[in-house]
Design a protein around this ligand. Structure first.
Ligand SMILES: *[C@@H]1O[C@H](CO)[C@@H](O)[C@H](O)[C@H]1NC(C)=O
Ligand SMILES: *[C@@H]1O[C@H](CO)[C@@H](O)[C@H](O)[C@H]1NC(C)=O
Ligand SMILES: *[C@@H]1O[C@H](CO)[C@@H](O)[C@H](O)[C@H]1NC(C)=O
Ligand SMILES: *[C@@H]1O[C@H](CO)[C@@H](O)[C@H](O)[C@H]1NC(C)=O
Ligand SMILES: *[C@@H]1O[C@H](CO)[C@@H](O)[C@H](O)[C@H]1NC(C)=O
Ligand SMILES: *[C@@H]1O[C@H](CO)[C@@H](O)[C@H](O)[C@H]1NC(C)=O
Ligand SMILES: *[C@@H]1O[C@H](CO)[C@@H](O)[C@H](O)[C@H]1NC(C)=O
Length: 216
């Protein structure tokens, strides 16, 4: 019975996708929060808009970008780890599944635009950990599900961040370079290249983007 229901759901979803006037024929840029941008309303102590309902109203594919129109009072944290997302903090987060996009400003309230490419299918979580997690707790957070769509475009074809691979030994860090962790050189090289790609992609667009901060 469950299987039948699931199948019906899948069929219904497929019909919806087919019937929709936006099949994946191009890459899409999603402006996070629409006109509200990525912001926290300090006066009312609540997110500037309902980011969950904004997020639920769109379809996401590999190669799409999320465009965060924000200011330096917010942070943009991307994680693939539900625990990290739920906790609203990066304190215990791993470098392998959690990324901090830095708008480059070092003063409060400076406007920045941060473009985050979607490079991994499945659930992606986003939140602002500013004000010790308060912004996230008060709604500056959302999750999306990324579909394959057209697949990654050549410019993003080495997904930054590299996929998490279970380390072979207990003390092995994913971020230690090349020869230490016994991974194949190809994988390590692509990981390095992909980070470089990120810089290349983001830096012309954003004033002073410093790329991913790989440690918190
Ligand atoms: C989407 O955003 C990216 C990154 O800012 C940019 O390179 C690209 O031109 C944008 N695409 C569209 C269709 O606006
Ligand atoms: C905002 O709401 C949180 C509870 O979610 C509360 O702890 C905090 O004191 C509030 N801040 C202000 C300025 O009202
Ligand atoms: C945001 O919208 C979702 C439905 O999309 C709803 O479940 C949720 O309660 C809303 N959050 C707030 C804080 O209103
Ligand atoms: C959802 O998207 C539709 C079509 O793009 C739009 O008309 C509607 O206002 C959106 N709803 C929300 C809650 O953003
Ligand atoms: C998710 O992150 C938490 C810390 O926030 C960590 O304890 C846990 O091992 C991570 N889960 C996975 C699957 O990596
Ligand atoms: C940013 O935060 C500072 C310090 O809390 C505050 O004075 C300022 O009004 C905020 N700016 C914006 C645009 O939210
Ligand atoms: C920063 O962004 C806010 C909200 O979009 C806008 O009202 C303000 O004029 C912008 N400030 C500057 C200096 O561009």
């Amino acid at each position: 019975m469950k299987t039948i229901l699931l199948n019906l759901t899948v069929i219904a979803l497929l019909i919806t996708v087919v019937a929709s006037d936006t099949p994946a024929t191009a890459y899409t840029n999603h402006t996070v929060g629409g006109p509200a941008g990525w912001s926290f309303d300090a006066i009312n102590n609540i997110s500037a808009t309902n980011y969950s309902s904004w997020a639920a109203n769109q379809t996401y594919n590999l190669g799409d970008y999320l465009i965060f129109n924000t200011n330096t009072n917010q942070t943009v944290i991307q994680t693939y780890n539900e625990t990290t997302f739920s906790s609203c903090t990066t304190d215990d987060a791993s470098d392998d599944d959690t990324f901090h996009y830095n708008g480059g400003g070092n003063e409060f309230g400076q406007n920045v635009t941060i473009a985050v490419p979607l490079t991994t299918t499945g659930t992606n979580y986003f939140f602002s950990d500013a004000e010790d997690g308060l912004q996230c707790q008060r709604g500056v957070a959302f999750e999306i599900s990324v579909n394959r769509g057209l697949g990654l475009p050549p410019s993003l074809n080495q997904p930054p961040p590299p996929p998490y691979i279970e380390p072979p030994g207990p003390e092995t860090s994913q971020m230690t370079p090349v020869n230490i962790n016994g991974g194949s050189p190809e994988i390590d090289n692509s990981a390095l290249r992909s980070v470089a790609n990120m810089r290349f992609l983001l830096s012309p667009l954003l004033i002073g983007v410093t790329s991913l901060l790989l440690a918190f």
